[in-house]
Design a protein. Sequence first.
Length: 399
Amino acid sequence: MPPSQPSNSSFPAINGARYAAITGWGKCLPPAVLSNADLATFIDTDDDWITSRTGMKERRVAHVQCTDMAHIAALRALAAAGRTAQDLDLIIFGSCTGDTVVPTCASRVQDLLGAKGIASLDLNTACTSGLYALSVASSMIKTGSAKRVLVIGAEKPSALMDWTNRNVAVLFGDGAAALIVEGSEQEQGLMAESLGCYAEARDSLAVHNYGTAYTNMCPTSITSWDFDGQDIFKRAVKGMVKASHDVLNKLNLGVEDIDTLVPHQANSRIIDAVGKKLGVPADKVFVNVERYGNMSAATVMIALCEAIEEGKVKPGANILLPAFGAGLTWNSHFIRWGERVEPLGYSDAELPACKKTALEIIAPRLEAQRKHAQSEQASSDKTDNQQQNKNNKPVEELA
Ligand SMILES: CC(C)(COP(=O)(O)OP(=O)(O)OC[C@H]1O[C@@H](n2cnc3c(N)ncnc32)[C@H](O)[C@@H]1OP(=O)(O)O)[C@@H](O)C(=O)NCCC(=O)NCCS
């Protein structure tokens, strides 16, 4: 006989909130700026190429750990929500470049905040991690598993960059952002999302020598990137447009209902293509890619913070947040903003002062990568010479 199921009345009902409102927001950008001109000092590139192909002018390089930036962003978001760390019951740390895998990065932010005993977790869907974290937070609030959640999108791609590879070195930057999400009975917050992944194209963006598959093979300072920019470009546009249509259909809304489009900032040409294919006028599209490059999971969340700061999010605004990342993951989130667009308070928390330039921060890693490339080249030349010598020998000597 199958075991008897508990009747519906066996357990008390745990009620979640109807909506999950975003009540606080905060960002943290490390101060060291790496300009296009800086990049041109050590790789074969120039400002013209980078600006015309990507829209990027500069990006930031962190002198601290990824979780340090997340901590400052979190304090600013808490202040904006008028809350303290003691009001939280969950932290979700969205990132693919956290300082450690074991222990979790969320636990370091939790420890720095002094939020003792609450739940915390790391979530990695690459560039979409911050928004996937928002989905998890909102769902858990609606099921009653959590009441008030700190959602983080934080990245330090500079730490696993191959600085000798111009295809990728110009594209990424460091930064962090945080949102406070809490239960509400008012119709606001994440109203719906569309999530997906083109897993068949996962090799289009891969970082080698990063992860347990590579353990004992190579020092992790020597990463190499597989990066098919054009494939990612096409799939990014397709995925973000599809997800945006899906989420609008779910909500029975049209493109005309979008007040502000805050897309992933990986390339101004991708942003233009998504805006045009969706039919969203350019003046409704928020762009800050020129200032920071692609900060992966932090990108859309920082863009959202800046859209609010710049008065581009009005009370009750409908905001669409499409993004994509390695995997290749994609999403589009539809947010109904609340009535408040001003922070309730400000935090004076700051990162420790940075005494180095961006070029000085990346110099040791660049040097190690150059040396590695030279030794690889030397051993490949040696193999070629040996082969050449063999080929020059009479056949009878090789037999
Ligand atoms: C990477 C990207 C900017 C390249 O732009 P593109 O127009 O596709 O350029 P191409 O790949 O056709 O490269 C054109 C040429 O520029 C060269 N090039 C690449 N990077 C360069 C750089 N930093 N400086 C100068 N030249 C560069 C290439 O080597 C290529 O030269 P070749 O024609 O002699 O082979 C673009 O494809 C892109 O943004 N893709 C999406 C990537 C992304 O966002 N990934 C993150 C996922 S979250």
